[in-house]
Design a protein around this ligand. Structure first.
Ligand SMILES: CC(C)(COP(=O)(O)OP(=O)(O)OC[C@H]1O[C@@H](n2cnc3c(N)ncnc32)[C@H](O)[C@@H]1OP(=O)(O)O)[C@@H](O)C(=O)NCCC(=O)NCCS
Length: 188
């Protein structure tokens, strides 16, 4: 997860709407699609209309004091450069979110990602990541990047599985003094 004050100054405006998509297995491959539970989730655009639900879910996902404030989500989700999605159950409950931003240098920056604890290890994060990558590609993004805690091995495994590589260690990147890792992936 990115520290907002370190990305805020780089945001700028203009952009296009993202189309809504639901349901199907799609991006993660047919084998995973067939897995039990996988197709129970829809992936839909995440906008300021879901601000409060997203903020509450974020607090359940980041229990280490690093959850974003409501204002931070508002800032990110109202940016024209936002490429963000949510995963919902069949009754419309949000169980996952991912916030991406197209930066001024045309890189795609994934600022945060979370899945409700009771819905983890069902491919939800993987699907949302692939969806954001599609959105980035539509906007001409060739490189995507993210920051992750050096101690967050589970998230690092997820990103590595999807083709991200660690390119840099970010000493004391987080407010509690923890180091971050910069991971990038080519979308070309
Ligand atoms: C990290 C997180 C988003 C993963 O969400 P998820 O929906 O459970 O991830 P997926 O089911 O899509 O995982 C896909 C693959 O990534 C890897 N992976 C995901 N979570 C993992 C974990 N905790 N440990 C090891 N590997 C993991 C596995 O290879 C997994 O495939 P598998 O389940 O077939 O083994 C979720 O655990 C979370 O919200 N954590 C708290 C917030 C957080 O750390 N966000 C990332 C900040 S950078």
């Amino acid at each position: 997860m990115a520290v907002l004050k370190k990305i805020r100054s780089r945001l700028f405006s203009s952009g296009a709407d993202e189309g809504e998509e639901s349901g199907a297995a799609g991006e993660a491959g047919p084998a995973r699609a067939a897995a039990e539970g996988y197709s129970r989730y829809d992936v839909r655009p995440l906008t300021a209309a879901q601000l409060d639900e997203c903020w509450r879910l974020d607090q359940r996902c980041f229990v280490d004091g690093e959850a974003y404030s409501r204002e931070t989500f508002e800032y990110l989700l109202t940016s024209p450069e936002s490429v963000s999605y949510r995963a919902v159950t069949s009754d419309g409950t949000m169980v996952g979110f991912i916030v991406g931003i197209v930066e001024p240098d045309a890189t795609g920056h994934i600022t945060t990602l979370g899945v409700a604890p009771e819905h983890r290890r069902r491919g939800v994060a993987q699907r949302m990541l692939l969806k954001v990558e599609e959105g980035f590609r539509r906007r001409g993004v060739r490189i995507t990047r993210l920051e992750v805690r050096s101690v967050n091995i589970g998230a690092q495994d997820l990103y590595a599985k999807l083709g991200f590589s660690v390119t840099q260690r970010l000493p004391r990147y987080y407010s509690n003094g923890g180091d971050g890792l910069l991971m990038i992936k080519s979308l070309v």
